[in-house]
Design a protein around this ligand. Structure first.
Ligand SMILES: Cc1cc2nc3c(=O)[nH]c(=O)nc-3n(C[C@H](O)[C@H](O)[C@H](O)COP(=O)(O)OP(=O)(O)OC[C@H]3O[C@@H](n4cnc5c(N)ncnc54)[C@H](O)[C@@H]3O)c2cc1C
Length: 464
């Protein structure tokens, strides 16, 4: 990058030390966890920004974006870089806008809304919220490291979603403040339904600088592990608990054997050849849950109080996409899909997948509430990777039997399967980033601002 730009960026921030050019540092800040996908690994290895800058305020971001707009410099926003799809990997060099230092919690309001800067780590937010009698409605299993801005920009849900749905549901994100990428960047607010313009847009249509996030009253939780002789009976029991609103739960995760054998630190709670369920359940209901599990033929393998994120063991460390991490530690050929099974035909869908793919697919179920309030069997199944063609065959087969797939092996918003059919993210990009400088290459339906907006080819995006 032309040294003139570096000098100018340092002048905008008023500090050389927040303009980072050391190659190892810039390389580190250009990466995320895309390497969980063998497909993305090939595409994204070696993609690196020219410089990383660390603003401390929205007004510094306004200055950086004004400069980058004037000089056609791409800008990729970064929270903590724990995304899985190369969301924060700059495809065209330029500037990484590292927001880790904008990490203030301004308020936990009496109405249970947290007002935060984007760089706040979710674990810090959860701890502070609990001190005030609240907790996060949902969070990714990367809670300790991930940032709130990154969760909104690239995440979807996680622990808590069985009770409260995903980030996009039930007004969890109340309001956002966003900096636009224009000749004269603006600070705009999105409230109510308009937050969907920006949510899960991978930082392609604005830089989120302040967030109003709805919390939920804190619950005293316990952790519980239950083993069953086979996956079918484990699934039946977990589905029963997950879909019965009278249980107060934060996590219901079901693993087919041999997935539990990958969890080295908690292997003693995973009997050989058994399917396993991990629960976060209200402490007041834990004994009743254990009794119900025994009645259903299960064996309680672990039961213990939950003392927040420092609990040992912390069962959520084995759930959501952490499951894939434990598998990868065992054998780097494991990868994963993100699926939604149909509650009405889920058992049939399991059977068909097993008949077709055998142990190439291992079931890992995460129950979650959808936007209509129904608890459904979401899933992050493990997939034993051989070739891209075989992976795509599995994705196509899933879709063919009615299993929804959000493909984690594509590097654009549209192809991931969580793109909104109403195009609001694209419309916001047209308004806020007319030159297409924010995370370029990640919203593939974007066209120059005066071109007609066409519906996104959601169904037709090739899975590669
Ligand atoms: C082991 C593992 C488990 C995971 N489990 C889950 C899970 O349970 N649920 C889940 O949803 N995800 C999960 N993820 C993905 C990821 O950890 C989360 O989505 C996390 O919230 C991302 O936060 P981050 O700060 O690391 O974001 P980053 O990776 O830094 O960024 C993610 C995207 O958001 C954009 N972005 C970042 N900050 C802003 C901002 N201020 N304004 C606009 N855009 C911004 C970035 O440009 C990027 O496109 C998992 C990943 C791993 C590796």
């Amino acid at each position: 990058m032309d040294p003139i730009h570096l000098t100018a960026l340092a002048a905008i921030l008023g500090e050389d030390s927040r303009v980072l050019t050391q190659p190892q540092v810039v390389e580190r800040l250009s990466r995320d966890f895309y390497w969980y996908s063998p497909v993305l690994r090939k595409q994204l290895d070696g993609k690196v920004a020219d410089v990383a800058v660390q603003p401390l305020s929205a007004s510094e971001i306004l200055g950086v974006l004004r400069y980058c707009h004037a000089h056609d410099l791409p800008v990729t926003v970064r929270g903590s870089g724990t995304g899985n799809y190369g969301q924060a990997v700059p495809l065209h060099g330029g500037v990484v806008l590292d927001l880790a230092r904008m990490d203030r919690i301004d308020a936990i309001q009496p109405d249970g809304v947290a007002v935060c800067e984007p760089g706040v780590r979710l674990g810090v937010l959860e701890n502070e919220a609990r001190k005030a009698g609240w907790e996060m409605r949902c969070y990714p299993s990367t809670i300790v490291k991930a940032s709130l801005g990154g969760f909104l920009g690239g995440g979807s849900g996680g622990v808590g979603s069985v009770a409260h749905g995903g980030l996009r549901d039930f007004g969890t994100v109340r309001m956002l403040e966003v900096v636009t990428m224009e000749g004269e960047p603006r600070l705009v607010r999105h409230q109510g339904e308009e937050v969907h313009d920006i949510l899960h847009a991978w930082g392609t249509n604005g830089v989120i600088t302040r967030i109003w996030l709805a919390l939920t009253p804190a619950v005293e939780w316990s952790q519980c592990g239950v083993a069953f002789d086979n996956f079918d009976s484990a699934f039946d029991f977990s589905e029963r608990i997950a879909t019965d609103a009278s249980w107060t739960k934060r996590l219901v995760t079901t693993f087919e054997w041999p997935i539990p054998s990958f969890f080295a630190p908690v292997r003693r709670y995973a009997p050989e050849d058994k399917a396993l369920i991990f629960f976060l359940i209200a402490s007041a209901e834990c004994a009743a849950l254990e009794a119900a599990a025994r009645d259903a033929g299960g064996t309680v393998t672990y039961s213990g109080a939950y003392h927040g994120l420092r609990s040992t063991p912390l069962l959520s460390d084995y759930t959501w996409n952490h499951t894939t991490l434990w598998a990868l530690k065992t054998d780097p050929a494991w990868t994963y899909l993100q699926c939604g099974f149909d509650p009405a035909t889920v058992r049939d869908q399991f059977r068909q997948l097993k008949e077709r793919f055998g142990d190439e697919i291992l079931f890992h179920i995460e129950f979650m509430k959808n936007g209509s309030g129904q608890v459904i069997p979401g899933s992050i199944p493990l997939v034993y990777y051989t070739t891209e063609a075989r992976l795509n065959e599995m994705i196509d087969y899933c879709r063919g039997i009615g299993v929804f797939v959000a493909n984690p092996h594509v590097n654009n918003v549209e192809g991931g399967g969580r793109y909104r059919a109403d195009n609001v993210q694209l419309l916001a990009k047209q308004r806020y980033d007319p030159k297409g400088l924010l995370n370029p290459g990640k919203m593939i339906t974007f066209k120059p601002v005066d071109a007609a907006i066409e519906p996104a080819p959601i169904e037709t995006v090739p899975t590669r």
